[in-house]
Design a protein around this ligand. Structure first.
Ligand SMILES: [Cu+2]
Length: 370
């Protein structure tokens, strides 16, 4: 079947329009930038894309035109002496100069942007320390004295956002210069949120800086970008940018929450066994289940089972020592930052639920022994 010229044009136009629509859905471009730095990077990307597209169209048009027009069956004969002609000789100079000119125009721009990203300006800024751990993030709001622990949300709760969602987000104010101090507690990790425009390694023993000013509210998702072991994929980063007022309200609320938790966690009172076991279940799921598994069966040989473990069933002091000090040189880190009540409830839970022991470990015992 022959397609008429006008039908052909209509077909081509509609398929092109369709392609553009699909384009918007797929969102195959870089994510829309949320900070000044990211916007500059985005602009360079669009400039490069624009130049490349124009060049491609011009070159392709010249090629197609030449192939169709200067055909052998139209009597054309290949020019064997082009390179010795004046035009041919100068084109060896002209073309590379043009190409280099375009390259340098882009590179000059990129150098300026990189410098503005990496050189942290010497001015008052909000400081947030970001520590990578196997396999979670710790955010310290140094000016506010608040600590946030951020862990991936398991598949059942996260659904579509599995490995993109966390329990506690990195809440940040917009229109405020923020300095990030990156470090790691164990191996190399890397902070990467594309909408903020930079990626930075977290190196154990070093503190490195980056900075940003977030320009719009929203939720921006990133992840650890340095292979850091078994559950590297379980280190999503979720930044929630809110207005200054909402940020201040969040800080106040967070402080109240922490204070409430601290008074409720008192080691001065006697805790009921059920209360300890229930609390232990939550704490264990948060801090220990990733490695030792929800049922305590572990993943030997990398992560030992707590069910039937001689340490867990043995004397309380040894067990406590493992949890508070960790085992240096292994993935079993120190949990000394947890409160007496958190540790007591986890230990009671491990003993009661995994090993059917009926002793109760009180927060006061942990305080006295740790
Ligand atoms: Cu990591």
């Amino acid at each position: 079947m022959r397609i008429g010229k006008s039908r052909g044009v209509a077909l081509a136009t509609s398929s092109l329009l369709f392609a553009c629509e699909a384009h918007a859905d797929l969102n195959i471009n870089l994510p829309s930038p949320a900070s000044a730095g990211a916007r500059q990077i985005y602009d360079i990307h669009m400039l490069t894309l624009g130049i490349a597209t124009v060049l491609m169209v011009v070159v392709l048009a010249a090629v197609v035109y030449s192939v169709l027009t200067f055909r052998k069956d139209r009597g054309y004969v290949a020019d064997q002496h082009f390179h010795t002609s004046k035009y041919g000789a100068w084109s060896w100079l002209a073309v590379p100069v043009l190409v280099l000119g375009v390259d340098l125009a882009i590179a000059g721009n990129a150098k300026k942007v990189l410098a503005s990203l990496w050189n942290v300006p010497d001015q008052e800024m909000m400081d947030v320390k970001i520590t990578g751990h196997q396999w979670w993030w710790e955010f310290d709001y140094l000016d506010e004295g608040i600590k946030v622990e951020s862990r991936f949300t398991p598949q059942e709760q996260a659904g579509e956002l599995y490995l993109r969602e966390v329990d506690n987000r990195l809440v940040l104010p917009t229109d405020t210069p923020i300095r990030f101090l990156h470090t790691s507690a164990d191996v190399l990790h890397a902070f990467w949120v594309p909408e903020l425009g930079f990626k930075k390694d977290a190196i154990p023993g070093y503190v490195t800086e980056t900075w940003t000013t977030i320009e719009k509210e929203g939720v921006f998702r990133g992840q650890c970008a340095e292979l850091c072991g078994t559950w590297h994929a379980r280190m999503p980063l979720v930044v929630e940018a809110v207005s200054r007022e909402r940020f201040d309200a969040w800080i106040t609320e967070r402080k109240a929450q922490l204070a409430a938790l601290a008074s409720q966690d008192s080691a001065d009172r006697e805790w009921a066994r059920d209360e300890l076991v229930a609390r232990g279940r939550t704490e264990y799921t948060t801090y220990c289940a990733a490695c030792h598994q929800p049922g305590g069966e572990g993943m030997p040989p990398a992560f030992p089972a707590l069910k039937g473990s001689a340490v867990v069933k043995g004397p309380f002091e040894e067990h406590l020592k493992r949890v508070v000090n960790g085992v240096p040189g292994t993935a079993m880190q120190s949990f000394a930052h947890l409160s007496d009540a958190q540790i007591a409830s986890i230990i009671t839970y491990e003993r009661a639920v995994f090993n059917e022991l009926d002793e109760t470990v009180q927060p006061a015992m942990v305080r006295a022994t740790r």
